[in-house]
Design a protein around this ligand. Structure first.
Ligand code: NDP
Length: 328
């Protein structure tokens, strides 16, 4: 197959557009491993890339898709050979390097991890960047010494991709999880994942006081802006908050009060450039700790032809959990 199906993003005098298209293998970018992609995903960032709502794409034409799973076709990298099952998340793929929403991808072997033992390619994509980020957030809280006996943990954006996996992982680890969501209709879903309590995200989304009543020992925040400021203000003494996302906004209108009066720690989470050693640990933990029943409930499978519509929906907050794209 020298030509293959892909989503193509172009930007020129006639504007910014994404369309289903064909690429030729000779157009693939440099890399020492070529992968036959079987599954990809639609993340929030893919929504931004496909709609052009934020300038995440920095090269044109671009194939979006920040995650993929598939099988190695050709490799000159020492760790991979033809037939190996592999997973990729991040590294600028789908932003600066041609991405995973295509039948083929060529990347640096150093960016790939082997498909974790016990996971199928579809399950790995049900996890994808969002689930991987959730695991990094949980690991960051653990490294900070946070344990369930200290009190509840809050997850904001709980019905989204990062939030739903974080909810499942934290509940499994024994935390009492408070899920903050704008979709109270998803109560059954969030309870199934292990949330003990739900709060309406409106409680946290407006400008608040520098310090409030101590309500949780730890938090995973997918939302940023006033929500993160309020989360920090209501975190208990020497608690910690892992900041992953910006669904409400990139700003952080807070004060130093939670840090200097309560010793609260703000932990930054980046999944894109995470070094390989930490990736391998996180994927092993995901394969071990994430209940498959919950992963099934979190994920929806779509066909390749549904990706562009789904990209629009994810930005409207209409996508629950994770979306797996079957490329084949
Ligand atoms: P999703 O779109 O799946 O989930 C985001 C969730 O945030 C929504 O489901 C919704 O949850 C909530 N939300 C949306 N808009 C608002 C708003 N205006 N105010 C408050 N809450 C809102 O995205 P992902 O879970 O994939 O990603 C979540 C965030 O994390 C994004 O900002 C993304 O860019 C970022 N991210 C960062 C990564 C990193 O490496 N740091 C990696 C992956 C993602 P609900 O319906 O429950 O209210």
């Amino acid at each position: 197959m020298s030509s293959f199906n892909a989503i193509r993003i172009d930007k020129d005098d006639s504007g910014y557009r994404a369309a289903y298209s064909q690429f030729d293998e000779s157009e693939l970018m440099d890399g020492d491993v070529t992968v036959r992609v079987s599954h990809s995903t639609v993340n929030y960032k893919d929504g931004l890339a496909i709609t052009g709502k934020s300038p995440v794409v920095r090269r044109f034409p671009m194939i979006p898709g920040i995650d993929f799973a598939g099988v190695v076709e050709t490799s000159s990298h020492k760790d991979f050979k033809r037939g190996d099952a592999v997973v990729l998340t991040g590294w600028g793929v789908g932003e600066t390097h041609l991405g995973g929403l295509a039948e083929k991808a060529r990347v640096k072997g150093d960016w790939l991890v082997p498909l974790p033992h016990g996971l199928t390619a579809a399950e790995a994509m049900a996890i994808g960047t969002a689930g991987f980020t959730a695991m990094l957030a949980v690991m960051a809280l653990e490294k900070q010494g946070m344990t369930p006996d200290r009190g509840p943990v809050l997850v904001t954006g709980a019905a989204g991709g990062v939030g739903s996996v974080a909810t499942a992982l934290l509940a499994k680890a024994g935390w009492r999880v408070i899920a903050s969501t704008g979709r109270l209709g998803e109560m059954d879903f969030l309870k199934f994942l292990g949330a003990a309590d739900l709060i309406d995200r409106a409680e946290l989304s407006s400008p608040g006081r520098p310090l409030g009543k101590e309500r949780w020992a730890a938090a995973v925040d997918c939302v940023g802006s006033h929500t993160l400021a309020n989360v920090l203000a209501q975190t208990s003494y020497e608690g910690a908050v892992a900041a992953c996302g910006l669904a409400q906004g990139m700003d952080l209108p807070t004060s130093v009060a939670p840090f200097i009066l309560r010793g609260v720690s703000l932990l930054g989470i980046d999944s894109v450039m995470k070094p390989k050693a930490a990736r391998l640990v996180a994927w092993e933990r995901l394969a071990r700790d994430l209940d498959r029943e919950k992963l099934d409930e979190i994920s929806t499978i779509i066909g390749f032809s549904e990706v562009i519509d789904t990209a629009k929906k994810i930005l409207e907050g209409k996508v629950r959990g994770r979306v797996i794209v079957e490329i084949d």
